[in-house]
Write a protein of this length. Structure first.
Length: 713
């Protein structure tokens, strides 16, 4: 609600209340006047009735015209008062009617008396005596009626007097109540006006004083929709604009207190005027120990010339100095390196108010620079020893930075500038390698893709060198901002690699030749045994020679696999087992339609140390089954499985569904060479164990460790 509306409403309420109170007060006064008037009339009636009685008595004692006129006048006056409408209450009307009746009864009696008295004066004595007796009777009756009228008048007066007192009390009470109501309403209106107008105005005044003191963060705004609310919100808008265009005193003080760098404000004469807490913490002083002192107090002796008279004049002339290294002097005499800046502070008229001095403690920076110099020296030394240089390419400027060793690798002078990537940094590469390198750098910037590449370069002195360039992109917020990497001279390594390759080539040819010759020698032995067996007539000895041929052939097959393989260290054992089984099938003339082979060998590779014993084990087990498990052209199946049991052991399962081994055959004391050889290889050479299962045909479970190569001297 607007203030004007509130004031208008207050005035209207006050006028209405005052009018109401005035009307009620007037009505109260009128009622009191009516009651007083009525009491006066009642008193007049009482007085008139009493006087009428007195006049009656006087007339009876001294009849005369004067008394008669007075009586009649008093009677008419009383009758007029009683019939004048002054008595409206029912009780008053009853009393008035009784009085009027008595008066009306008195009047005829008094008239007869007056007539009798007049006749008596004209008659003789005898007649007069008769008339006198009647006259006495009338007088007696008149006196009774007059007394009766008086007796009715006094109660009426008392009732009217009581009514007057009641009216006075009611008027007094009404007046008091009206005054109280008027007081309460006036007080309420005053409080309402005070709360809605005076108090907000006082609050707004207080807010404006706070804002005027420099606290622009203070808000005076209220939710009121009146002129005061509009004014307070206008103040808030004004302070908001001031906050955007200026800063409060408290804000400035908080900035100065929270500054990490030292702040010293100096007068044009060089006296310290203001210092912040950072200055006191750095130098070990209290503010009062510095304020008013010369600025030279906080500078090392050699640095004090900056604020000598000539130094001050030069600073004022330049208006500012920026980023110069100086040394502060602490209270306990220590020197602290700082990065110093000074600026002349002027008022709106250009007059100098002071000099603002800012300084940052660069002790850590100095130590870091020293550490960096030591690190650079160390890196240059180690890089020179390892022939590894470092480089960096800026993503925005594409400028190139080299460490000292790259200058040594490329054999360029130290003043050479490799800043241009296209013209200076890659001129040592041939045309094809330049294209490769530029594409790799482009992918590194665009796709954050590192690279590791080898090139042959031509140095500034025309020498050919092999180098390895490694790149690692550096990203910020997902964007590659620079590339860093190494540049290493690998010429000696490349030469060594070529020598190693040549040496390996020679050894490869030699090993291949050795395996081939061993295999050929074994073939010669097989041929000799075959020739010898053809000369032997005894079948037992012929079978023994044939078994020896098969064993040598199993070993020969391993050497054949080695010299045919590209890897001379290992052979694919699965392929070897298949070839071995096929060789034995051919050797024993097995019908593969009757005897089936199921070979399941996992991806297992063996070196020569393991391949020969494992091959002999499988050879003996297969040969044994082909000889004894399927007599009389019996059909069946032979299964061979080989797979790693764990990281160190292999498990071989060999089974056939033939007739099985006899129950009375002692497996631990075998007399046949094949199984005895198998058991000996497994348990003694390979450190494994073999178990025989006779439940379904014959099954051998073999568990053995992979043998590690032993160096021979």
């Amino acid at each position: 609600m607007r203030i004007r509306t509130r004031l208008q409403l207050s005035v209207v309420l006050s006028v209405v209340l005052a009018t109401t109170v005035g009307l009620l007060f007037i009505l109260s006064i009128h009622a009191m006047n009516e009651a007083s008037r009525k009491a006066e009339i009642a008193a007049e009636v009482v007085k008139g009735v009493v006087e009428l009685k007195i006049l009656t008595d006087e007339y009876l004692l001294h009849p005369g015209d004067r008394s008669l006129i007075q009586w009649r006048s008093r009677y008419n006056s009383i009758t007029k008062r009683l019939t004048g409408g002054y008595f409206r209450r029912p009780d008053d009307k009853i009393a008035v009617d009784q009085i009027l009746k008595n008066l009306q009864r008195i009047k005829p009696v008094f008239g007869e008396i007056t007539c009798g008295i007049r006749k008596e004066q004209r008659l003789d004595k005898q007649t007069s005596a008769i008339s006198r007796a009647r006259q006495d009777r009338l007088e007696a009756e008149l006196m009774v009626k007059a007394q009766s009228a008086v007796s009715f008048v006094f109660p009426l007066q008392q009732e009217i007097q009581a009514e007057l007192v009641t009216t006075q009390k009611r008027s007094t009470l009404l007046t008091v109540v009206l005054l109280l109501i008027l007081t309460v309403v006036i007080v309420g209106i005053s409080v309402w006006v005070n709360r809605s107008i005076a108090r907000p105005i006082a609050k707004l005044e207080e807010d404006t004083q706070i804002i005027g003191s420099g606290n622009l963060e203070h808000k005076a705004g209220t939710t009121a929709k009146d002129e005061i609310g509009q004014l307070s919100r206008a103040f808030d808008e004004m302070t908001k604009e001031l906050r955007e265009t200026t800063v409060s005193k408290e804000y400035v003080e908080n900035i100065i207190k929270s500054m990490i760098d030292t702040l010293v404000v100096v007068t044009p004469e060089g006296k310290i005027q203001t210092v912040n807490q950072a200055t006191c913490d750095l130098l070990g002083y209290q503010p009062e120990e510095l304020i008013g002192q010369s600025i030279e107090k906080i500078f090392e002796e050699e640095e004090q010339k900056l604020f000598h008279k000539t130094g001050l004049n030069e600073l004022i002339k330049k208006n500012f100095i920026k980023g110069i290294e100086r040394r502060y002097l602490t209270k306990d005499g220590k020197n602290i390196p700082v990065l110093f800046s000074g600026s002349v502070m002027r008022d709106s008229d250009g007059r100098i108010q002071g000099i603002t001095c800012l300084a940052s403690d660069i002790s850590e920076l100095k130590r870091a620079e020293e550490t960096l110099r030591e690190s650079e020296t160390f890196l240059d030394a180690t890089g020179q020893i390892a022939k590894v240089g470092g480089w960096q390419i800026d993503g925005e400027t594409k400028k190139v930075f080299w460490t000292k060793e790259i200058y040594n690798i490329t054999e360029v002078p130290n003043h050479y500038d490799p800043s241009s990537l296209e013209k200076d940094a890659i001129v040592f590469f041939n045309a094809e390698d330049q294209i490769r390198l530029e594409k790799a750098i482009q992918r590194a910037f665009e796709q954050n893709e590192p690279y590791d590449m080898e090139f042959q370069i031509t140095t500034a002195k025309g020498n050919k060198k092999w180098v390895q360039a490694i790149c690692n992109p550096i990203t910020v917020d997902g964007k590659t901002v620079k590339l860093t990497g190494t540049f290493q001279d690998i010429t000696e390594r490349k030469q060594a690699e070529e020598q190693i390759k040549a040496s390996l080539k020679e050894k490869e040819v030699l090993l291949r030749e050795i395996h081939h010759r061993v295999k050929n020698n074994m073939q010669v032995i097989i041929s000799l045994l075959k020739l010898q067996s053809s000369k032997v007539k005894d079948k037992q000895y012929a079978d023994m020679l044939k078994a020896s041929q098969d064993r040598i052939k199993a070993m020969s097959l391993i050497h054949e696999k080695f010299y045919q393989s590209k890897d001379f260290a290992n052979i694919d054992f699965r392929e070897y087992v298949k070839n071995l089984v096929n060789s034995l099938i051919a050797s024993h003339g097995v019908d593969t339609n009757k005897i089936r082979f199921n070979v399941d060998v996992k991806d297992v590779v063996f070196d020569l140390e393991n391949a020969i014993p494992y091959g002999l084990i499988i050879h003996e087990l297969v040969s044994n089954s082909l000889k004894h498990a399927f007599p009389d052209d019996r059909e069946g199946e032979i299964k061979i499985t080989l797979y790693p049991a764990n990281e160190e052991e292999l498990e071989l399962t060999f089974s056939d569904d033939g007739i099985g081994m006899p129950e009375d055959l002692d497996f631990d004391n075998m007399e046949t060479l094949g199984l005895e050889l198998t058991k000996d290889i497994i348990e003694h050479q390979l450190g494994g164990k073999i178990e025989l299962d006779r439940t379904k045909g014959t099954t051998f479970h073999v568990l053995f460790k992979v043998q590690k190569y032993k160096v021979r001297i």
